[in-house]
Each structure stands twice: as C-alpha cells, then as structure tokens.
Design a protein. Structure first.
Length: 209
C-alpha cells in the first residue's frame, strides 16, 4: 500500500511538472498513463521521447555511481538525481537547452569536500523545470549567467568538489520548478543500453548520437 501511494504521488508530481494540473481535463500536454514506465521508484516518461540526453559527449561512457532512490543521498527531494562517475576534467554538456541562471566554481577539488561546497551550474528550461549539475572542478564552469545554451553545448568540466564520497562524479537532477522544488523523474533518450526508467546503479552507459 505504501509503495502504491508513493507511485501515485510521483505520478501526480510528474503531471504537474509537465503542465498537467488536472481539474478540467483540457491540458494538451497530459501524457498517456500507459506510456509511463512505472517501477518501485516511481513513474518515468519514455526515453524515446525524452527531451534529455546524457550530460557527456557522444562516445563517452560512464558508470552510474548512484541512481535514483538511494542508497546514500538520493532520497527525499533528491530521490531522482543521478550520479555519473566521471574523472576530473571530463567534459560536461547540457542535457537540455536553456538559460544559465546560476553558477559557482570557486571551491577546491579534493579539499572542499563538505556538503554545500559543490561547484555547480543551474539551467532553466522553457517548461518551467530547472536542471542542477554539481561537483564541477575549481574554475571549471565555461558558461555565464544569462547565457542561452543549446543541448550538447559544453557547460564545464567534471571535478571533485562538495560531498562526493571521495569519488569524482557528476550529479544531475531536474527540479519540478524554478523555486527549489523536488527532483522529478527523467529519462535519457541517447543512453546505450536504453534507459529502463531510472538508470541502474553500477551499470555503464554510453552516450549515443
């Protein structure tokens, strides 16, 4: 029963994030429930039509260091975040185009490793959602606040700042609004092997075209 309620709650959040607020059945963006991928972590949009791609260049592969719904820090508001094990200096690209609204890059790799010390980039999307990319290297952000970035455009370099568990990785989450909302379920349409609805922890995924 608890799991059923959790899935229902996630589905409601997803519908709101997509502009489907209910009540009048008039939303042109309401996804067909049958098209969602539902598992024990939540309800995911199909990867084939996802607006998101993996946040690293075509041909690059990365292991999922931590997936959705835990087991360490991806719980509560962060439950739909994904961590990719990337070496310091690996190129990070925009998983989706939008406007850069905030950056931070002054923290030092391997030294500033506490919570709240992650270098990051925040990008607003046209549908009201916001992507957070975290753990960039010091001075490793290559975009500016106010810049409009295209999907696949480089936004920085992976690093080891903030609470990384001593494993350099890139943290990405998409928040349901622009005011600090919880993360929402997303899929990556160019993941190889295909995104099953929440990338699997420990698996290696390559960025396709």
């Amino acid at each position: 029963m608890r799991r059923t309620r959790a899935i229902a709650s996630v589905l409601a959040t997803l519908l709101v994030a997509l502009g489907c607020r209910g009540g009048d059945d008039s939303s042109p963006t309401a996804p067909a429930a049958a098209g969602l991928i539902v598992n024990e972590c939540g309800a995911y949009p199909p990867a084939s039509t996802s607006p998101y791609i993996l946040p690293f260049p075509v041909g690059v592969s990365a292991r999922v260091f931590q997936g959705n719904c835990g087991p360490w820090t991806h719980m509560g508001s962060l439950q739909y975040a994904t961590d990719f094990a990337l070496p310091v200096g690996e190129v990070v690209i925009a998983a989706r185009g939008g406007e850069v609204v905030e950056i931070r890059e002054h923290f030092r790799d391997d030294l500033d490793i506490n919570r709240g010390q992650s270098n990051y980039v925040l990008i607003d999307h046209s549908d009201g959602t916001r992507a957070y990319y975290g753990h960039f290297r010091q001075n490793g952000v290559v975009v500016e606040v106010g810049e409009l970035v295209a999907q696949r455009q480089q936004i920085g370099f992976a690093g080891n700042t903030g609470y990384t568990g001593s494993t350099p990785h890139l943290h990405i989450e998409v928040q349901g609004c622009r005011d600090g909302c919880d993360s929402i379920p997303i899929t990556f349409r160019n993941a190889q092997p295909p995104d099953p609805g929440g990338l699997i922890m420990g698996e290696i995924y390559a960025a396709g075209s």
